[in-house]
Design a binder for this molecule. Structure first.
Ligand code: PLP
Length: 368
């Protein structure tokens, strides 16, 4: 049976705009041919602009999770000490990856729903000597919190540590200035604000990160950033390029350029603000601390007596609207609505209308 979702409002994969869908239909070409190499070089240049960096940006076959491993094996030695700021399930998962590699992970856990504050970072860096790198999830997709990255980056820089950022659900939807803020390594996923299918991890690497990459002590093969750098000079990837996904990303980049990156950021922020206000007016509580709400995903605690998991199931069954429930320790406590990439106000008005109808039905005893 075909799955019918009329309104895909999960926190990625996101709906594919028509230019992206069309790009996915393009024929294959030799991935090491002159034409495709030029295409890739051009795309990487435009991605550098969208990351606001003069450093490098690469497109790798993989998903967001690969970014956690890429950061570990390329920046560190076994036993290096890393400060991992955890305020949600994705930070927690990054921690597990780093621990498996034998990294000495110092975890600073901030209650879920709250933001990591610059003070937390300064305090942890002050208390624990020898921190080589700080790992932070910019936009915690599991809680709908956007951490104040620019301020945190300044603290990390002053302390002389490296900063690696999980920007999986942030980049292209939330403000991001790689060079001005001093982020050393960042990764994002094609299926989020980039409006593409899953399958690409987009990695930005700054000059300080390169010094670390040269001296890192882990064996690396597929995720060796040096190989991506060498290949990128000629517009190549070390392995066969995921051609269709690269076409799709190029189309999405074109759309972002046409709208204007800052307008894209503003659209996300405004839509998120509208959705929070609307749902707040009918009794949903935004799970994220005020002032740190994500522009790309909103986590909501339903009013008393409304079970989040039932609500998620009913939205899909009755209206073809797919949203997420909570994950990890937030399972059964919240719902999460994604609004990243190709999204307009009307898409969220539909979700809002369905939520209102469900609240009414539940209260009038029509939920069974
Ligand atoms: N990091 C964040 C912040 C995410 O939101 C996700 C996925 O939702 C991941 C990492 C993992 O990405 P993937 O599922 O593409 O491997």
């Amino acid at each position: 049976m075909a799955e019918i979702v009329r309104n895909l409002r999960i926190a990625g994969p996101t709906p594919l705009p028509l230019p992206v869908l069309a790009a996915l239909q393009r024929p294959m070409v030799p991935h090491r041919g002159q034409w495709f190499r030029e295409f890739v070089r051009n795309l990487l240049r435009r991605l550098r602009e969208l990351h606001r960096t003069d450093g490098d940006v690469f497109v790798l076959p993989g998903t967001g999770s690969a970014g956690w491993e890429i950061a570990v094996v390329n920046l560190l030695h076994p036993g290096d000490r890393v400060l991992l700021l955890v305020n949600g399930d994705f930070g927690e998962r990054w921690r597990r990856v780093a621990e498996r590699y034998g990294v000495d992970v110092v975890v600073r856990e901030i209650p879920y729903g709250q933001a990591v504050r610059p003070d937390h970072v300064a305090e942890s860096l002050g208390q624990t000597p020898g921190i080589r790198a700080v790992f932070l999830v910019y936009n915690e997709t599991s809680t709908g919190v956007l951490n104040p990255l620019s301020e945190i980056a300044a603290i990390v820089r002053d302390a002389g540590a490296l900063l690696a950022v999980d920007g999986v659900s942030a980049i292209a939807g939330c403000p991001f200035e790689m060079d001005a803020w001093g982020v050393d390594l960042v990764f994002s996923g094609s299926q989020k604000a980039w409006m593409c299918p899953p399958g690409l991890v987009i990695v930005g690497v700054g000059p300080r990160a390169w010094d670390a990459v040269e001296g890192a002590g882990f064996p690396r093969a597929f995720w060796d950033l040096r190989e991506y750098r060498a290949a990128a000079r000629t517009g190549d990837l070390p392995s066969t390029a995921p051609i269709s996904l690269i076409y799709a990303l190029e189309a999405a980049v074109g759309m972002i350029e046409e709208e204007g990156l800052e307008r894209v950021w503003n659209r996300h922020r405004e839509l998120a603000g509208w959705f929070r206000a609307a749902t707040g007016s009918v009794g949903f509580r935004c799970f994220a601390e005020a002032g740190f709400e994500s522009p790309t995903v909103t986590a909501l605690v339903p009013p008393e007596g409304i079970d989040p998991e039932t609500l998620v199931a009913r939205l899909e069954r009755r209206y073809g609207i797919a949203v997420n429930g909570g994950q990890g320790r937030l399972k059964g406590k919240i719902i999460r609505v994604g609004h990243m990439g190709w999204v307009e106000r009307v898409d969220l008005e539909v979700v809002y209308a369905a939520l209102v109808r469900e609240l009414t039905d539940a209260r009038e005893g029509r939920w069974d």
